[in-house]
Design a protein around this ligand. Structure first.
Ligand SMILES: [Zn+2]
Length: 217
């Protein structure tokens, strides 16, 4: 089993893992440098309080909240009836809803938002701080620098003259597997073949440029 994040990273580095270790590490470094720059630039141009995805999700929840009916239990606790006759309990002080979406995502669900309107609470006070643009920028504030030329660095003599032997790895018979063995019922998509590492990197970089241009338009 692997998470979506590791699956995405594995897919981004799928071709690079075939290259010698120095080229592979340089590919990953250049990829991270570009990712950080794109996300830092996008975050600095974002005018909303939260990230674009969270703002869209909030709008969806606001639309759904129009069908909800709210009854007060206390100043902070509410009974919320949705359009299908289901009843949920919202606690704005503890930031919970018995539907559990609010508790898990840390983003107010449609029931919590309908209760917000009754209480006059700003819905942004109920969103977790990690979804705000400030926290987003903070995550990508570090710079991934290019690797300096070897001749410009002072390398200690014992490192420059030392012997570095390959690890004592015992390989099993047969060709090593490249693709993860899919789980039962899982279907893998076929992907295009590409031989050149940098060709793939720049193709991917252009896609990121298009996405970036679309997002800031
Ligand atoms: Zn809810």
């Amino acid at each position: 089993m692997s998470s979506n994040i590791s699956e995405s990273l594995n897919a981004a580095m799928k071709k690079a893992v075939d290259y010698p270790i120095v080229s592979m590490v340089e590919f990953i470094r250049a990829m991270l440098m570009r990712w950080f720059w794109c996300r830092r630039t996008l975050a600095s141009k974002t005018k909303s309080k939260c990230t674009l995805e969270i703002e869209e999700l909030l709008l969806d929840h606001l639309k759904e909240s129009k069908d909800c009916g709210v009854l007060s239990v206390s100043n902070w606790i509410y009974q919320v009836n949705n359009g299908n006759g289901c009843v949920f309990i919202v606690d704005l002080e503890r930031k919970t809803c018995s539907f559990r979406v609010f508790d898990v995502l840390k983003i107010p669900c449609c029931h919590a938002l309908s209760a917000c309107r009754v209480q006059g609470v700003d819905e942004y006070l109920l969103i977790d701080v990690c979804y705000f643009v400030g926290a987003w920028m903070k995550k990508y504030e570090s710079l991934v620098m290019p690797v300096p030329n070897e001749k410009d660095s002072d390398i200690p003599e014992e490192v420059a003259n030392g012997d570095v032997n390959p690890p004592r790895t015992v390989w099993g018979c047969g060709r090593p597997k490249k693709a993860r063995i899919p789980s039962k019922g899982e279907v893998h998509r076929k992907e295009k073949k590409s031989d050149e590492m940098w060709k793939m990197f720049w193709e991917w970089a252009q896609q990121e440029d298009m996405l970036y241009a679309y997002l800031i338009a």
